[in-house]
Design a protein around this ligand. Structure first.
Ligand SMILES: Cc1ncc(COP(=O)(O)O)c(C=O)c1O
Length: 458
């Protein structure tokens, strides 16, 4: 018996040692990642970089390998006018659209957003057997409808709500449903073409094709799609990466349109009408910043499409986390409580007021920095009447679609030399003269970015 005890203690000690080593290593890499400081290294880890090449989905390892690869290449092509406060040494990674800038607001809201879950709560697979989407939590459905009602950005009446693990899962559910349902659009013999106008959201090609489905396939730019066959067109409005409001471009009889309305919220664009399309996708990530909760929803007119989308999610993940739905419901409730005033909410607690002011300030500073540098240009937007705030407002997109002027052909590499990590226009079906830059990171990183960008010169 004692021998058994000794052996198991030795076993436990060895495991604890290993665990502590692993924890130390991961803490170290987390520290390094969060600070954007990476040790000098010549290890380019090409395999990992290859894996990270076609990415949109957040992968801190990708960020790290890029940073390391970058630091090992020394800057040769250009210089900074002035040495920045950080000595120009920190790597500023703005590749991902991780909406951490909203943390500050939620910290300020304190206990208002707290939820408590006990061990016996939400244990069943099922949420609402009366609902076609039986894993949708009624409280989450209620808060989704309430929020769209108070913002006025989408029609929810006579729509089915399908919940997903992020809108990324719903996007795949939509492709599955639309390509399988018997309709005049679909042709059972071959995969249906999926297109989107350039510059398109960089995840669409890889998420469409990664399983090499026999049901649908990525066909690229909608502007150049000429096939006389059924198709699905993805319309992202406002668009990721360039922030413009979009309409379908193919407009042929055998097409089905999926609207990705991830950014149709008042902090990003004027709300000009309630979107009223057959299939609309929304993500919780970009409204309130809770990307880690992994929640999205689809508003679907056709019952059979909603049923098939639900079927996809059942096959894929047997529903969607109830814990996440309840957390998201609470957060949306706090947002709606702060939004349901007449006219533009003046309440300091209003999330949209806060987010709108932050985005306005950031875009003003970005435009100043771009003017100061003289090497870049940005899209120009027109002000429009916003029904939500009752006045004219300009778009303030979640991403800056920056173009390098003159002879700089590869804008991503150029900025990388200044330790600014962005995503090349090539990932969006465009030229390398463009890059996409996240506008949603924390203040500290954004401030550093402003300083670095305005001081870049040839
Ligand atoms: C246009 C667009 N659609 C969908 C998504 C994915 O959202 P989720 O986090 O809900 O999967 C993003 C995220 O960046 C996006 O930009």
């Amino acid at each position: 018996m004692d021998k058994v005890k000794q052996v198991s203690w030795a076993f436990l000690r060895r495991h604890l040692l290993l665990l502590s080593l692993t924890l130390n290593l991961s803490l170290l890499s987390r520290f390094v990642y969060e600070r954007g400081i990476l040790p000098e290294t010549t290890d380019h880890r090409p395999h990992q970089e290859e894996l990270c090449f076609e990415k949109e989905i957040i992968n801190p390892v990708c960020g790290a390998s890029e940073q390391e690869a970058h630091v090992s290449r020394s800057s040769t092509h250009s210089s900074s006018r002035a040495q920045a406060a950080d000595g120009g040494n920190k790597v500023i990674n703005l590749d991902h659209g991780d909406p951490t800038m909203y943390e500050e607001y939620w910290r300020r809201m304190g206990e208002k957003s707290r939820i408590v879950m006990r061990g016996w709560d939400s244990m069943s697979y099922f949420s609402d057997l009366e609902n076609l989407c039986w894993f949708l939590e009624p409280e989450f459905a209620k808060q989704i409808t309430r929020l769209h009602g108070s913002v006025g950005n989408a029609v929810t009446h006579d729509r089915h709500i399908v919940v997903g693990t992020g809108s990324t899962q719903l996007f795949q559910a939509a492709l599955y449903a639309l390509s399988l349902l018997p309709s005049p659009h679909a042709s059972p013999q071959q995969p249906i073409s999926v297109v989107s106008a350039v510059p398109y959201y960089s995840s669409y090609p890889s998420v469409t094709d990664y399983l090499k489905s026999g049901l649908y396939k990525w066909e690229g730019d909608a502007y150049t799609f000429t096939k006389e066959e059924p198709y699905i067109e993805l319309v992202t409005s406002p668009n990721n990466p360039d922030g413009f409001i979009r309409q379908p471009v193919v407009n042929r009889s055998r097409g089905i349109v999926v609207y990705d309305l991830a950014y149709y919220w008042p902090q990003y664009t004027p709300i000009t009408s309630a979107a009223d399309h057959d299939l609309m996708l929304f993500t919780f990530s970009k409204i309130t910043g809770h990307a880690g909760t992994r929640m999205g929803w689809a508003l679907v007119k056709d019952k059979e499409v909603a049923r098939k989308m639900t079927e996809f999610i059942v096959l894929n993940t047997i529903g969607v986390s109830k814990d996440s739905q309840l957390r998201a419901a609470k957060i949306l409730q706090v947002v709606s409580d702060g939004s349901e005033h007449m006219g533009f909410p003046e309440d300091a607690d209003s999330f949209f007021l806060y987010a709108y002011h932050q985005m306005t300030l950031r875009w003003e500073r970005l435009r100043d920095a771009v003017r100061h540098s003289g090497l870049f240009s940005l899209p120009e937007f027109l002000a429009q009447f916003c029904n939500y705030n009752g006045g004219f407002t300009e778009p303030h997109p979640a991403f800056a679609w920056l173009k390098c002027k003159g002879d700089i052909e590869d804008c991503e590499s150029f900025l990388r030399e200044h330790k600014i990590i962005t995503r090349s226009g090539r990932h969006f079906g465009m030229e390398a003269k463009y890059v996409r830059i996240s506008m949603l990171d924390r203040d500290e990183k954004f401030n550093l970015f402003m300083e670095r960008l305005s001081n870049i010169s040839l």
